[in-house]
Design a protein. Structure first.
Length: 387
């Protein structure tokens, strides 16, 4: 049995070396994706995003507000406009992402306590830029009213402690757990890169089995395995498993070792998750091909299933906020369970037992071929490929 597996694995290595798609999809493209995403968000957060100002009051107080806004890390005041229509056109033309509108008489109303109205407009076409600029604009307007309030209380003879208690009755002590830098690189690269790697694993698994049927090599393959489909599948996917597992370990070394992404869960959980990820992806790819022994259809389903996982795994939008049918369907996507094990046991450092349903799910994905391998055997021995 082992000799048969080794011979089939050697045959598969020969096919991989003579077929460029294996080299590109298993080595070159994953490495490009890894460096692309991690370098794209290397700064952690976008900085100096262009913002405009319409300051019709033009007082010492409002000019101070604009200077403070420009001092924020995420915001850079690039232009002053005479009216709202000019600033609105600048947003529509993509020159700025937001602008602050300060009407005439704002300072006088602040001092007299008549509650002036200051407006800020931001574009959510780019969701991240809009959210970050909204936060900065909201903070700066709050700070402006607090500065006026502090000056008035100081004129009334209040002490610094009394002024702080009046302006901020409850002091906030905020701690961002796991990612205190609020780095989008840590949040997104750790799900985007594994998601793309899983996409390649699913596609290559279905492709390698489907090409046996397409190029008329299926009966030769089965004869080498003694018509034992388990030996045939094991020998064919062993070289692919070793390559993908090595690439995944390289990804983990790069982000956790070289880039020093937070990983309080430890090295053992990282290695276990790599093993489960590769095994579950290959298992799901075999299962899909067994359901529909067609190269074109199986690869289409694998790509669709993998791409849906990016949106529905819960990394960018919480799963509990989605509709019930989507919540149920997402449980059938391997990337969802990878993300849950990662964020619970590696990113947050909780015991692996807390993520046991998702570990079991990944093991179940790896075992799915048991349900369809006999259909693959029948297809390899009996089916005729139809383009």
């Amino acid at each position: 049995m082992f000799r048969r597996i080794i011979r089939i694995a050697a045959r598969e290595v020969g096919q991989m070396l003579h077929t460029p798609i294996y080299l590109f999809c298993m080595v070159i493209f994953p490495i490009i994706v890894l460096f692309f995403f991690t370098s794209l968000m290397n700064a952690g957060q976008p900085k100096d995003m262009p913002c405009g100002v319409v300051d019709n009051d033009n007082s010492t107080v409002t000019r101070s507000l604009v200077r403070r806004l420009d001092a924020f890390q995420n915001t850079k005041v690039v232009a002053h406009y005479t009216n709202v229509n000019e600033a609105r056109r600048a947003i529509q033309q993509g020159k700025i992402y937001a602008f602050l509108y300060i009407p005439e008489g704002t300072t006088a109303k602040l001092i007299s306590g008549r509650q002036p109205k200051v407006s800020f407009y931001y574009s959510n076409v780019s969701l991240m830029a809009g959210a970050l600029l909204f936060k900065d604009l909201k903070i700066i307007t709050t700070l402006g009213s607090a500065a006026i309030g502090s000056a008035k209380l100081e004129m009334l003879g209040k002490t610094e402690r009394e002024i702080k208690a009046k302006l901020q009755p409850i002091a906030l002590d905020v701690h961002t757990i796991g990612n205190p830098w609020l780095s989008y690189n840590i949040y997104l690269s750790t799900i985007m890169v594994p998601g793309v790697l899983m996409l390649f694993m699913l596609l290559i698994t279905a492709y390698s089995i489907g090409t046996e049927l397409k190029f008329g090599r299926s009966r030769e393959w089965m004869q080498m395995a003694g018509k034992n489909i388990f030996i045939a599948i094991s020998g064919k996917l062993l070289p692919q498993f070793l390559v993908f597992f090595t690439i995944f370990l390289g990804y983990e070394w790069y982000v956790y070792g070289y880039l020093d992404f937070p990983h309080p869960g430890g090295i053992a959980k990282i290695l276990l998750l790599a093993l489960l990820t590769v095994a579950s992806s290959q298992g799901f790819g075999i299962f899909v091909f067994g359901l529909m022994p067609s190269l074109r259809m199986s690869m289409s389903v694998c790509s669709l299933w993998a791409v849906v996982g990016f949106s529905a795994c819960g990394a960018t939008y919480p799963l509990f906020a989605m509709d019930s049918p989507i919540i149920a369907i997402v449980q059938l996507i391997p990337l969802r369970h990878y993300y849950m094990v990662y964020q619970m046991s590696i990113f947050n450092g909780y015991p692996l037992i807390d993520a046991w349903p998702h570990v079991v799910a990944l093991v179940a994905f790896a075992a799915l071929p048991l349900l369809t391998v006999r259909n693959i055997r029948r297809a390899m021995l009996e089916y005729v490929y139809i383009p």
